[in-house]
Design a protein around this ligand. Structure first.
Ligand code: NAD
Length: 484
């Protein structure tokens, strides 16, 4: 570990032009400063975008097989550094070490998966009206892509954007969250060790507000892929539209699980809690509402409270079930929502405060919190809290549960616990969410499957899976005729 890290631009580690740095703090212990990271400015962003533009023609001209080989090599380097990189991720993000390792392994899988996509057909042969014409389509790169990412999945999200971008011949500037820059630096080190040509993959650290405009509007940028909050996403999208860029947004969620009386109770309780409290509830797909059929409400809530009271809070390298939230501001926002829910009349069933005993006093922790008697119009049932807080709502039947489930501005993920095939089919048809699971938690998706939300959770595009290439390529239609 070093005390200070630099940006990765044009294949070199370079200090920010204005020489400004910000500390990266361990959320499990605010006395632990991990290192200083560049707080880049617009000049640094221009330099990163120019490097990506300069590298684009040669990278785009390589055969996709060769590009895939670079991704495979980067995956091998990442695999060889798994423990070290996962430990750094845990230290800057706060999730548990097993979760950090799982996320790092996912990064490796994503790189290998998109390396594999480099061998797939990249167009169609289309019968022409003329017998002598060879008519076909070919996927070609978009160009320079700005990738702006949040802190909560510091390895998976940058890689699920960068791997397809690179595989399909684009060059990129990654702007990771200022709250989790170390993992982005580690990703750059893996690409550097894989021998990726200079300028193909650049990392620009620092606060988004200082560099966002260049990344969204530079004449050299063609695509903007963003994951983060609704507010930032909408702002960046309006800039991108005004400057004719292609953009994709993955935003927040207010994900719900529906529990019916014919569920497997143990499974429903365990997976609801896992969805709500793993990673301290800081997943875009976290379960933040559970909608329980009235006939099983009391039984389910009793079991949920009992199990929640056994969950241990603590640092990621202990046996704790959940760690801290990302920052003091996040903790205070979550505590404000807890107060608000009580003011609105919800019943606090457990948690509701920040633990202060021993080492926990030095971290940004919130105890896992359950609210009963929540009604659909309450803010705790409508707004993304992004912390370990679960709102429990009562439903008359599946129809009523679906109305509650769909009655929010978001539509990222949803799940149902039931043994009934009919209920599963009705739910799968009617849940207005991009990711719909039966007898599974709301969080979690496989890299080979499309990922993204409906309504306010996304810009209607999808990431990962085969569909990822739709954003990172454009289609060229070619017709070739005989001379004469
Ligand atoms: P955020 O919007 O605050 O920050 C996201 C990124 O945008 C960061 O890199 C930040 O530096 C940058 N940024 C901030 N202001 C900017 C500006 N003016 N111009 C350009 N860039 C700017 O979000 P966050 O707090 O990092 O992440 C949490 C949010 O992300 C939650 O709402 C969560 O649901 C969402 N999220 C969504 C998904 C998904 O796939 N749908 C996945 C993970 C997280």
């Amino acid at each position: 570990m070093r005390d200070r890290y630099e940006n990765f631009i044009d294949g070199k580690w370079v200090a920010p032009i204005k020489g400004e740095y910000i500390p990266n703090i361990n959320p499990a212990n605010h006395n632990d400063t991990i290192a200083q990271f560049p707080n880049s400015t617009a000049e640094d962003a221009v330099s990163a975008v120019s490097a990506a533009a300069k590298a684009l023609p040669a990278w785009a001209a390589l055969s996709s097989h060769v590009r895939g080989e670079y991704l495979r090599k980067a995956a091998d380097v990442l695999a060889s550094r798994l423990d070290e990189i996962a430990t750094g991720l845990m230290r800057e993000e706060g999730k548990s070490l097993p979760e950090a390792k799982g996320e790092t392994m996912r990064g490796i899988t994503l790189l290998r998966y998109f390396a594999g996509q480099c061998m797939l057909p990249d167009g169609d042969v289309i019968p022409s009206a003329s017998a002598s014409t060879f008519l076909y389509t070919k996927r070609v790169p978009l160009g320079v892509c700005s990738l702006i990412t949040p802190w909560n999945f510091p390895i998976a999200i940058p890689i699920w954007k960068a791997a397809p971008a690179l595989a399909f011949g684009n060059t990129v500037v990654l702007k990771p969250s200022e709250l989790s820059p170390l993992t982005a630096i580690h990703i750059a080190e893996c690409f550097e060790a894989a021998g990726l040509p200079a300028g193909v993959f650049n990392v620009l650290c620092g606060e988004g507000v200082r560099v966002g405009e260049v990344l969204a509007t530079s004449p050299d940028v063609t695509g903007l892929s963003f994951t983060g909050s609704v507010r930032t996403g909408k702002h960046l999208a309006s800039q991108a539209v005004a400057h004719g860029k292609k953009y994709q947004l993955e935003l927040g969620g207010k994900n719900a699980a529906i529990v019916l009386p014919d569920c497997n109770l143990d499974q429903a309780v365990t997976l609801t809690l896992q969805g709500a409290f793993k990673s301290a509830g800081e997943k875009c797909t976290a379960t933040s509402r559970v909608i329980v059929h009235k006939d099983i409400y009391d039984t389910f809530v009793t079991a949920l409270v009992q199990k929640t009271l056994t969950l241990k809070v603590g640092a990621g390298d202990t046996d704790a079930y959940l760690g801290p939230v990302i920052s003091a501001q996040s903790r205070d926002r979550v505590l404000r929502y807890i107060q608000l829910a009580q003011d609105e009349g919800a019943t606090l069933l457990c948690g509701g405060d920040a633990p202060t005993e021993g080492n926990l006093a030095n971290g940004f922790y919130v105890n896992p919190t359950l609210f009963g008697n929540v009604t659909p119009e309450m803010r705790i049932a409508q707004e993304e809290v992004f912390g370990p807080v679960l709102a429990i709502l009562r439903a008359e039947d599946l129809e009523d549960a679906l109305t509650i489930l769909n009655g929010v501005e978001f539509g990222l993920s949803a799940s149902l616990f039931s043994k009934s095939l009919d209920s599963a089919m009705v739910f799968a048809d009617r849940a207005n969410a991009g990711l719909v699971r039966v007898n599974g938690e709301t969080a979690g998706v496989e890299p080979q499957a499309p990922f993204g939300g409906m309504k306010g959770s996304s810009s209607y595009s999808r990431e990962q899976g085969l569909i990822a290439r739709d954003f990172f390529t454009q289609v060229k239609t070619v017709s070739i005729d005989r001379a004469g």
